[in-house]
Design a binder for this molecule. Structure first.
Ligand SMILES: [Zn+2]
Ligand SMILES: [Zn+2]
Length: 152
């Protein structure tokens, strides 16, 4: 697959421990929605770290809409909830999300600030002080909180 921005060949790479197809030139990448949810659930980076990482990308212009690198249809563009109007492109059919530089960080920040995200984080903290059956019940609850559309 080729980069939706510069048309370079996308290469396999990792973001927060999940496989993505990334462009070495513009640092954009394509990620499966299920993998994004796993990143959300894992919460490897703290909000402070996310802010720091996002600041590295603030000058990049990403205005034009993009086509899905897999099916070539125009991607569905909608605002990230809590993301201050920052748009996110995704392809429902392929279940893929296009991330311009810094967008993953904004997405994760917005998620950690949303009601569902806060609840998930809270459950995680409680989880650390539990054991056995209680943990299992909580894990299922966290999983169900992390499902749903990536921008919800
Ligand atoms: Zn590119
Ligand atoms: Zn597609």
């Amino acid at each position: 697959m080729k980069c939706a921005r510069c048309k370079m060949q996308l290469k396999r790479d990792l973001r927060d421990g999940e496989r993505v197809d990334a462009c070495e030139q513009c640092q954009c990448f394509l990620i499966r929605v299920t993998r994004l949810k796993r990143i959300r659930a894992r919460g490897l980076r703290s909000p402070e770290q996310l802010m720091e990482d996002w600041r590295e990308h603030t000058e990049i212009d990403v205005t034009p809409e993009v086509r899905c690198p897999r099916c070539r249809n125009m991607m569905d563009r909608r605002g990230i909830e809590g993301g201050n109007g920052i748009p996110q492109d995704s392809c429902k059919k392929c279940e893929l999300m296009w991330c311009d530089p810094g967008e993953l960080e904004i997405h994760l920040l917005a998620w950690s600030n949303s009601a569902k995200g806060k609840e998930a984080i809270q459950f995680k903290k409680i989880h650390e002080s539990m054991s056995g059956h209680e943990k299992e019940v909580l894990e299922n609850r966290i999983k169900s909180l992390c499902l749903g559309h990536p921008s919800e």
